[in-house]
Write a new protein. Sequence first.
Length: 641
Amino acid sequence: MSKKKVFALAVSVCLFALPACQVFNPPEPTPEPTPTPVPLKELNICLGYEPASLYPLAAHSQAARDVLQAIYDGPIDSLNSQPVPVILDDLPSLSNGGVALTPVDVKAGDTVINTAGNPVALRSGTRVFPSGCDTPACAITWDGSSPLQLDQPTATFRLKAGLKWSDGQPLAASDSVYGYRLAADPDSPTNKRAVDQTAAYRALDEVAVEWVGMPGLVTDAYEEYFWMPLPEHAWGLFTAGELLEAEEPSRKPLGWGAYRVTEWLPGEEIRLERNSFYFRADEGLPLYDLVNFRFTRFDSADEIQNSGRLKCDIITPSAADAIAMNVFGDDTMASDFQLLLKSASRVEVLAFGINPASYDLSYYPYGEDRPDIFGDVRVRQAFAYCIDRAGISSSLQSGTASVSDSFLHPENAFLSGVQLPSYGYNPERGRALLEETGWMDYDQNPATPRTSFGTVRIPPNTALQIEMYVSDALLSQETAKRVAEDLAECGVSVTVTGMPASELYQPAPEGAVFGRAFDLALMTWEVGPGFTCEWFTTAEIPKESNNWMGQVTGGWNLTGFSSADYDAACDLFSNAGADGALRRAEADGMLQQLSADLPIIPLFHFADAYLVREGLCGLVWGLEANSVFVGIEDLSESGSC
């Protein structure tokens, strides 16, 4: 039978058979379900201004520091006043074998480090720690001829294995050496103290860096001698000066941190995405895929509440006026934000013109010299009792600022366990001290100032009238007004003179404050987590004989405070070498003396106010952190911080 007949028979059978008989038609394959894309997790951080540059050696603004925390991680962080390695296996020390001390012979003219940590040419009279000595008890003053050996320290730093730049290139020990060379370059705006204490810095292999200090250097802070790696493969063709202006280092710097810059929209935002080469990526970090730093400014609580377009998850202090923050803080429970405070390094101080520059040659109150109002410490103490510091902080800062009896922040490690004299608001005690020092209120009229009687250095019947210099910033003006009102209640007449901050902080001799030609000055000081005792030493009083520059701090002792006991304690503190107990004991004594002698009155310590979306956790609030975003890779929506 032919094939055609077979096919026809099959068709006819199906046509007349049961309905179940159908022509074979294979079923269509079932398509695989398309997975629903998981939306990227995005974090929006609102800054009040745009960084000028993200080049690490030139990024000095707070906005730049905040963004750089996302691009870099470490290399060394600080926790509870202790250094913590981030991209290093460990920190070298004598105990773990990472540090070695090698005795070397030195002679006159050699560059060595003296007991204060300064590089000097060795000569007769130089104070040094001889080999085997690391405390003032065994330090010597070299006679200029005796044989002398000093210890030369060496420290080895080892990078974690497998580190990469955000472009995928290996991060090597040579990149840290490149970072050192740039930091040491005169064109780089960096502190050169650690560079000046360094004899050599070199890569031993792909992960090990060796630092060699100058002979005589004694330290227990070897973490200060590891330099931040910088990408030589990307930036090596630029000079240090060119890097300050180059586009890539400024706008899209390569890092090793949790994120990498993808786009910078001038005037709008900086966009970052997860760095696939991040060395903690196998831990599931960072927890956000995208981070946007947006530039905006809020002037009221209403603007913050209606900021839906920006979708801010975190509003930094620069993005919202301090007064708006305080107003908004009253309604945080009814909003999507919580108001959180970070301890700031700024303190508002009232500085006394104890020793004006006009006294340097002689003191003659019957001529042009201002009467010696503040030479008696009891007058300064009276002012402290008369000023309601807690009340001023509460009313002007909504209680967000803290009040203490030291210019150091209460969280500063140097204040731990130190008992300071206290000056709670007590105008009765203040008025009594003024009378003890010869400032009398004969007419019993608080509207008129007290007058002098029976004091040796002040002409009789001199009215207690003084002038206070202050910047034209709104908060400073309001603070000055309150201080003047409080002092008036104690019989002190204060004239408040406002001026631009550039004029208030103008260097000497043109500037009245640093030129020591003032009565009172209300100022904001930046005080870090350390303690710079030289701020109050006699050698740091700016005067014509030292070109208004002092010796170490550029003439910061603008009050003219002078104490031989304090100077001696500061000298021991600065030359303590590795004797931490001595350094701490001298610091305790100096802080107690400053609170007793009061060259300045610390009014209040600022706090930086952040608005953070409810449930967002992982920001770092301690005084030591230079940014709350130090742990940005760990930010999460845990709901319970």
